[in-house]
Design a protein around this ligand. Structure first.
Ligand SMILES: [Zn+2]
Length: 381
């Protein structure tokens, strides 16, 4: 079954199954933890489980309910994701009215991809908020009698984006959580639980998803993508427990990925009008076409500077992430003897988190470029 393609997190799954067996399903859950560790997939799989018509507590994958969950099209499943606002809409309009036809098509394609691979991300370009209309629409639905037996499941991905703007989407959701509807559960997932208001967090049962073990990710790459053992190990190590990133890297030529990273480092650290323009242009165009890809690039850049810091501090005996790039890293460290690489790691984090919150890309990137220049000159510089 499609939703069985999740790896690791056995303890969490057992805990959820036990709650289901004992009829102790919470009215609201908050699944949090780093990206690519199966939070969204587990939310969908659990929604499938509590609606499965088979006897016992296994997810059969074959009943009429499971068949609908296999394509993520079940009347008891409401999936809420961040959406762009192509058009201005009224209070009572369904969220789809805010979308252009091509956005609706793109969304359907992303949902279909998610049904095939639970680590795929449903994230449309310019979608930096969960529209209040999405929350209102769910409110209309959940107090009505269910169309099918089972439990209504409302799954909200990237729930921190309920907080965008004046936080009205979060407030609307809070009102629902204060008067929990019958036979309904909410599952919120987020990489950034600290961004959600306390009042929502405290109404949810919190479940932390840790990074997946490197060996588990490597085994998965070998089995599902037919990667040779050594390459699978290398990619799993690079992905640092993030299965989504591992799968993304596995689809690419690793040498190309390394060359791309070297270009990004060059553009960032050798200030010239041309280099800075190249970096800004790359960031802007990647962000527009594939925000997830830009995330990976920032992740790789932070590995680079984290490794640079390790080499600078430990010299001979550093356990670096980018093992295959050690020579380039050592040369890089030599050219910036006073470089404060730890600060750069933080600056990159701030930058990618600002981008996920819809700050102006040009402004954020310009700040990053200046901050990095300062940090390369060192703390005293
Ligand atoms: Zn079933």
């Amino acid at each position: 079954m499609i939703l069985n393609k999740l790896i690791g997190q056995e303890k969490i799954w057992e805990r959820l199954v036990t709650a289901y067996e004992n009829d102790h399903i919470a009215g609201a859950y908050l699944f949090h933890g780093p990206s690519g560790v199966g939070k969204e997939g587990t939310a969908l799989r659990f929604s499938g489980l509590v609606n499965c018509k088979a006897e016992g507590s296994a997810l059969c994958g074959e009943c009429s309910s499971c068949a609908k969950f296999n394509t993520l099209q079940h009347p008891n499943l409401t999936l809420i994701v961040p959406l762009p606002k192509d058009r201005v809409i009224n209070k009572k309009d369904p969220p789809a009215k805010a979308l252009k036809d091509e956005t609706i098509t793109a969304l359907a394609e992303l949902i279909a991809a998610k049904a095939k691979d639970p680590y795929e991300k449903i994230r449309l370009p310019r979608s930096n908020t969960i529209l209040i209309n999405s929350v209102r629409e769910v409110r209309e639905k959940i107090y009505l009698k269910a169309m099918e037996p089972g439990r209504k499941m409302v799954v909200i991905f990237d729930a921190d984006l309920l907080m965008t703007g004046d936080g009205s989407s979060a407030n609307a959701l809070l009102k629902i959580l204060e008067e929990p509807p019958q036979e309904t559960s909410f599952i919120l997932t987020t990489d950034f639980p600290e961004r959600l208001v306390e009042t929502i967090g405290s109404r949810c049962q919190q479940v932390f998803f840790p990074p997946i073990q490197t060996e588990t990710v490597a085994k998965h790459l070998q089995e599902s993508l037919d990667k040779p053992t050594e390459e699978a190990k290398l990619i799993a190590h690079l992905a640092q427990g993030n299965t989504r990133m591992a799968k993304h890297l596995a689809k690419q030529d690793l040498e190309e990925v390394q060359n791309q990273l070297l270009s990004l480092v060059k553009w960032l650290t050798q200030p010239s009008e041309e280099n800075w323009r190249s970096f800004t242009h790359h960031a802007a165009s990647t962000y527009r076409t594939n925000p997830q890809e830009l995330n990976f690039h920032f992740q790789l850049l932070s590995y680079w500077f984290r490794d640079a810091q390790l080499i600078q501090k430990m010299n001979g005996d550093a356990h670096i992430i980018l093992e295959g790039m050690e020579k380039s890293l050592r040369n890089f460290v030599k050219s910036f003897p006073a470089g404060d690489f730890a600060s750069i790691v933080k600056e990159l984090e701030t930058c990618s988190s600002s981008l996920s919150r819809n700050y102006s890309l040009n402004l954020v990137i310009t700040n990053l470029l200046f901050d990095i220049q300062e940090s390369l000159q060192g703390v005293a510089g």
